[in-house]
Structures are given as structure tokens and as C-alpha cells.
Design a protein around this ligand. Structure first.
Ligand code: ZN
Length: 152
């Protein structure tokens, strides 16, 4: 079996590129998935990958991916709407992508993605620096932030 390191889908060995992702990234072996800290599809639940955020356009999705990759947070990008039926019935709706990360990284990943959204940061460097500054702003503020309901 071959796997997409972006969305986590599984394919037959004869398949070379992911057909689920818009950019059709090359598939990798199960060993490479492990090296990257990514779960195989049948392990996804056990690995406690949780939703850290949603991107509503391809540009934001790409920035989120870059930011999370740069911080070495294993990320599964699940298309929110996929499949032929969805495309036909919801063709007038915008696409969106769900970002799943290990639960231990969720707070960090969500903070990074929030920074990108709030400040419209264009690069992984900027988002990382902003998130780190926010982390230094004290426990109280962080507690409040985590208590707030997700904005998406
Ligand atoms: Zn994929």
C-alpha cells in the first residue's frame, strides 16, 4: 500500500500520486509515514489525531501546511468536502480542509493557525514568531484563550 502524507489516504501500490488532494502529491511508503509521525488510515483514531483548525481556501490551507511543517507538527489535511457526489451537489460552495494533529500538539497548532488567520501572516516564519510571542504573554491569557470557543 502507498499513502498520501498530506491527507492520509491509502492507495494501491500501482498508484503514484494522491487523487484526493488538489495538488496530487506523490504517495509515500508506510515507513515514510511513520518517519514523519503520521498515522496510517486504520491507526488514525488510536493515534488521537484531533482537529486543530479549518482552512477555507487553498491559499490559507497551503500556509497552514507550511506553518505546521515548519514547526514539525505531524499534520493530516482532510478535505472537508470530497468525492464526486459532493462536488456535484455542493459545487457552488467553497472548499475547506480540516487539519488534524496529535492531541499533544493541538494547542500549539491551533495557536499557529489562529495567528495566520488573525494577522493575515503570509509566511510560516511570521506565524511562528507571533505564536511564540503570544506564548510568553503569560498563563492567564492563555487560559482564557483556551477557554474561548473555537472561532470556526
Ligand atoms: Zn492526499
Amino acid at each position: 500500500m502507498r499513502y498520501c502524507s498530506r491527507c492520509g489516504s491509502e492507495f494501491q501500490d500501482s498508484v503514484v500520486n494522491c487523487t484526493d488532494c488538489p495538488t496530487h502529491p506523490p504517495l509515500v511508503s508506510s515507513d515514510e509515514m511513520r518517519d514523519r509521525g503520521l498515522p496510517l488510515p486504520h491507526e488514525l483514531d488510536q493515534h488521537r489525531f484531533v482537529k486543530a483548525g479549518i482552512a477555507e481556501d487553498p491559499v490559507t490551507a497551503q500556509i497552514f501546511e507550511d506553518v505546521l511543517n515548519e514547526r514539525r507538527i505531524p499534520t493530516i489535511v482532510r478535505p472537508g468536502r470530497s468525492g464526486v457526489v459532493d462536488e456535484l451537489t455542493t459545487g457552488n460552495l467553497l472548499p475547506w480542509w480540516e487539519f488534524l494533529v496529535p492531541d499533544k500538539d493541538q494547542a500549539r497548532a491551533a495557536a499557529l493557525m489562529e495567528q495566520v488567520k488573525i494577522q493575515g501572516l503570509a509566511t510560516a516564519d511570521e506565524a511562528g514568531r507571533a505564536a511564540e510571542e503570544e506564548e510568553r504573554e503569560g498563563e492567564l491569557e492563555r487560559a482564557q484563550e483556551h477557554a474561548a470557543p473555537p472561532a470556526f
